[in-house]
Ligand binder design. Structure first.
Ligand code: ZN
Length: 131
């Protein structure tokens, strides 16, 4: 699985090009910005979003898509928070190297209470989602 994600987000104001945009990725002539994206050249208008990705590519999004997908409370922000919560849960429910048990689930009355790893929480995270 790729870890491609947006690392830069900028709502273009029609004049200021963000410093993270590489000189080879845009042209700015006669008040028209042209951005080289994987899908070809884009001509964003003021209010459109410029998105910089972990692999160095740049994309452009309309104001509606920017607000609903790339804003902190949009789909991307919600996804990143969900991934962070899952990663934190996996850290809590890690396997104890000596006992083979889940450290979190077995913490109560250890060593009298043990839950083998992967515990039900980790198994639930590993399940294929059902539509
Ligand atoms: Zn557990």
């Amino acid at each position: 699985m790729t870890d491609l994600r947006p690392v830069h987000k900028h709502v273009w104001d029609g004049g200021t090009v963000p410093a993270w945009l590489d000189l080879h990725q845009y042209w700015f002539d006669n008040n028209q910005l042209t951005v080289a994206t994987p899908d070809g050249h884009a001509h964003p208008q003021p209010g459109w979003w410029l998105i910089g990705w972990t692999d160095g590519t740049v994309t452009v999004a309309s104001p509606w898509t920017g607000a609903h997908v790339y804003a902190d409370d949009g789909i991307t922000g919600r996804l990143m928070r969900a991934e962070a919560a899952i990663a934190h849960t996996r850290t809590l429910h890690r396997r104890n190297e000596h006992t083979g048990d889940c450290e979190h689930c077995s913490a109560g009355d250890y060593p009298d209470y043990s839950v083998p790893h992967p515990c039900p929480t980790i198994r639930a995270l590993d399940e294929e989602p059902t539509p």
